[in-house]
Design a protein around this ligand. Structure first.
Ligand SMILES: [Zn+2]
Length: 199
C-alpha cells in the first residue's frame, strides 16, 4: 500500500507486525499520530527510545524492572521459600492483583513447545533450578497456562526440581482449559491458588 510517504508506509508496515494489530488498525494508529493536534507521536518516540535502554528483566526472577533486581525479589516481607512460576511477566501482574500470594516469582518467558522449536534451554529453567537449590524452596507453584504446553512445562519442572525435595503444585483446575491467566477474574484465580494440587 502506498500512502504517499515512504516514512508513513514504513511506520504502518512496522505497526502491523505488532501483536493484535493488523494493517487496518496500524493505519488508524498512524493516521491518529499524524494529526497536527496530536502530541502523542513525540511522547511515544521518547518512550520507545527509553524502553530498551531503561526497562529490563530482573536478573533473579525475570520480571520487568528498571533495576538489577525487581521490587518483589528485594522485598523482605515476601516468603523466600515459595516461588510461583509463570509464563510471561504480565501473568505475574495478574497474580499480584489478587493480593492472594506473598511469595516470589519466576518468569519463564515462554513454555516448552517442541512444535515451535522451544526447548528447555530457551526458557529460564536453569536459573529456576539454581534458585530452588539456593533458596531451599519449600514449594513451587507452577502457574503456567492450562494448555498442553503449559501442562508439559509443569511436568518438566516437577521432574527437574525433584532432587531438591521441594513440593511442586499446580493451580487448581477450574481455570478455563486452553485459556490464559490474563483473562481469568481475580476471584477465580484466588480460588485456584487456594485449591492448588500437588504434582
Ligand atoms: Zn525479581
Amino acid at each position: 500500500m502506498d500512502l504517499g510517504s515512504e516514512t508513513l508506509n514504513a511506520l504502518v508496515k512496522s505497526l502491523a507486525r505488532l501483536p493484535g494489530l493488523g494493517t487496518k488498525s496500524a493505519l488508524r494508529v498512524a493516521m491518529h499520530l499524524l494529526r497536527p493536534e496530536s502530541a502523542e507521536a513525540e511522547r511515544i518516540a521518547v518512550l520507545l527510545s527509553e524502553l530498551k535502554e531503561k526497562v529490563r528483566f530482573c536478573r533473579s526472577c525475570g520480571a520487568i524492572t528498571e533495576a538489577e533486581q525487581c521490587a518483589i525479589c528485594t522485598d523482605p516481607a515476601r516468603s523466600q521459600d515459595l516461588i510461583c512460576v509463570v509464563e510471561e511477566p504480565q501473568d505475574m501482574i495478574v497474580m499480584e492483583r489478587t493480593r492472594h500470594y506473598r511469595g516470589l516469582y519466576h518468569v519463564l518467558h515462554g513454555v516448552l513447545s517442541p512444535v515451535d522449536g522451544v526447548g528447555p534451554d530457551d526458557l529460564s529453567l536453569r536459573t529456576l533450578e539454581s534458585r530452588v537449590r539456593d533458596l531451599k524452596t519449600r514449594e513451587l507453584i507452577v502457574a503456567t497456562n492450562p494448555t498442553v504446553e503449559g501442562d508439559a512445562t509443569a511436568l518438566y519442572i516437577a521432574r527437574m526440581v525433584a532432587p531438591y525435595g521441594c513440593t511442586v503444585t499446580r493451580l487448581a483446575r477450574g481455570l478455563p482449559m486452553g485459556g490464559t491467566l490474563e483473562f481469568v477474574d481475580d476471584t477465580t484465580l484466588a480460588r485456584a491458588i487456594d485449591r492448588r494440587e500437588t504434582l
